[in-house]
Ligand binder design. Structure first.
Ligand SMILES: Nc1ncnc2c1ncn2[C@@H]1O[C@H](COP(=O)(O)OP(=O)(O)O)[C@@H](O)[C@H]1O
Ligand SMILES: Nc1ccn([C@@H]2O[C@H](COP(=O)(O)O)[C@@H](O)[C@H]2O)c(=O)n1
Length: 213
């Protein structure tokens, strides 16, 4: 790889469809082309705290994230160096013991609720996307996902939504929409928007190929 990797930020509220959009774009390319970095994997390590205390953390506040490490890692990837990526365990509310060595790729998609909230991350992005889905749809999607995949109960999801997710979304996530170059309504089923994003990625890759000839 001779060109510097291009960084695409995919932001949006919890349950908006960020992961689904990102996966739909990745599916159209070979594995070696796009690297996905999830901001969620960079929640601060809480292994020193008892499990009960981890339940009280506000995971929707910017201070819940170890953005120092995330900024460092994106810098490294942009400079074509490998990183030691942490792995996050939603059921245990902390990082797992696993660390994955990740090599840079031509396109890096950085995905997460608050990636446009930190100017250091915004500065590293070439294209900024905000997935914009109504709050009622987001909470329904989140309820189903968190119960099925993240080991939560109905009551805990509702409680967390009222106390943290909704207020933090209004205070910190929603205002970052103004920094986006592209706003994708409804996320995962927006095939037109996904096609446009994929075309942009194709263009970046063919430009890289032409420059390498
Ligand atoms: N357009 C859609 N229609 C139905 N379900 C969807 C759609 N987009 C996403 N989902 C589902 O909603 C949940 C949250 O979507 P996800 O992409 O994980 O959102 P985010 O990454 O923004 O939290 C997932 O279980 C996903 O499968
Ligand atoms: N231990 C944790 C860590 C995070 N969350 C919630 O995840 C949401 C962000 O992930 P999305 O895939 O939904 O964008 C965020 O809203 C946190 O509340 C959690 O519940 N527990």
């Amino acid at each position: 790889m001779s060109e510097k990797p291009v960084v695409i930020g995919v932001a949006g509220g919890s349950g908006s469809g960020k992961t689904t959009v990102t996966r739909s774009i990745c599916q159209r390319f070979q594995d070696k082309t796009i690297l996905v970095i999830e901001q969620d994997y960079y929640y601060k390590d809480q292994s020193h705290l008892p499990f009960e205390e981890r339940l009280n953390t506000n995971y929707d506040h910017p201070l819940a994230f170890d953005n120092e490490l995330l900024v460092q890692h994106i810098h490294k990837l942009v400079n074509q160096q490998p990183i030691q990526k942490p792995v996050y365990d939603y059921k245990m509310h902390t990082r797992s013991n696993e660390i994955i060595t990740v090599e840079p790729k031509e396109v890096i998609i950085l995905e997460g609720i608050l990636i446009l909230e930190d100017p250091r991350l915004v500065d590293l992005m070439d294209i900024k996307v905000f997935v914009d889905t109504d709050a009622d749809i987001r909470i329904i999607r989140r309820l189903m996902r968190d119960i099925k995949e993240r080991g939560r109960t109905l009551d805990s999801v509702i409680d967390q939504y009222e106390n943290n997710v909704r207020p933090m979304h209004l205070q910190f996530v929603e205002p970052t929409k103004r920094y986006a170059d592209i706003i994708i309504p409804e996320g995962g089923q927006n095939h037109v928007a996904i096609d446009l994003m994929a075309t942009k990625v194709e263009k970046i890759l063919s430009r890289n190929q032409e420059n390498n000839i």
